[in-house]
Design a protein around this ligand. Structure first.
Ligand code: PTJ
Length: 261
């Protein structure tokens, strides 16, 4: 990773690729993970590889919804762990909520590898010190973050196959679920259960993006530190009304404006 100079104009993009190729070697990823990432990169190019105003608003709304939740859970797949494990663990520590590994292409080997990676990252996050603005005992806050998923005890109703497996202390009984890179079917099944779904998806046209309660059209590595900062700094007021369709339209308009240049 040291090979990419910080001054490189596409440093973040290259870092993302490097993190994913390393994670693939370590057995964390689905076979199609790099294809999914490539699709994301194409949309990100149209965003100018920057967090646009509509994404910024969606991140703030998400922080308010998550802070206001009775039981929030952060659901992660292979790509999310590879790209943003540390910041997602920090978010969970601030919220005092669990992280659940919930993958589309479920194998025991991947579940074990992802669980070990998250446990290792939790130690690193604990030792790395508290994020800016946080007051309190950081090590205890991080130690309280439980990592679920490896021993599922429940199923998401109306969903076929191993991706329906989940935990009753996590996804099953959560009222708010934060899911980067979710698949459309599962998002729909969880919405039918009455859950608020917050998704991160660079594709504003995806089924997931259209179904979710709040869609953040931004790159996961770039948005995660902003979400963390909002979780720490935003006052826990009830979230205002949210028009997800209007926000998606705004993100799409940013992309379309790039095409005209
Ligand atoms: O780890 P698993 O088994 O759960 O599998 C994970 C993948 C990502 C392979 C699986 O969920 C999948 O195939 O996803 P899709 O259906 O290709 O959807 C991925 C979506 O995420 C696409 O719409 C991409 O535009 C978007 N995306 C990809 N990379 C990023 C992203 N959005 C935000 N940040 C990214 N880095």
């Amino acid at each position: 990773m040291g090979e990419v100079p910080l001054s490189h104009p596409r440093y973040n993009s290259l870092m993302g690729r490097e993190l994913l190729t390393e994670a693939a070697t370590d057995g964390l990823l689905a076979d199609s993970a790099l294809i999914a990432h490539g699709r994301g990169e194409a949309y990100d190019y149209l965003l100018g590889e920057a967090t646009c105003e509509s994404a910024r608003a969606a991140i703030k709304q998400s922080a308010l919804v998550m802070k206001h939740a009775k039981r929030c859970v952060i659901s992660v797949n292979g790509n999310a762990v590879a790209l943003a494990a540390a910041d997602l663990i920090r978010c969970a520590a601030v919220l005092q909520c669990p992280i659940e590994i919930n993958i589309y292409y479920r194998t025991p080997e991947r579940m074990t590898a992802l669980n070990s990676r998250l446990e290792k990252m939790r130690n690193e996050v604990s030792e790395g010190g508290a994020p800016t603005g946080w007051n309190g005992d950081w090590q205890t806050a991080v130690a309280n973050v439980t990592i679920l998923g490896i021993h599922p005890d429940s199923k998401i109703p109306n969903l076929e196959g191993p991706r329906a497996n989940c935990c009753s202390d996590g996804i099953l009984n959560a009222d708010v679920i934060f899911v980067p890179l979710e698949d459309g079917d599962r998002c729909e099944a969880l919405m039918k259960m009455g859950k608020k779904m917050i998704v991160v998806d660079l594709n504003p046209l995806s089924r997931t993006a259209k179904k979710a309660t709040v869609t953040i059209v931004d790159e996961l590595m770039r948005m995660a530190p902003i979400l963390l900062s909002d979780l720490i700094n935003e006052i826990s007021n009830a979230p205002p009304e949210w028009d997800n369709k209007a926000n998606l339209d705004d993100s799409l308009a940013v992309m379309l404006s790039q095409l005209g240049k």
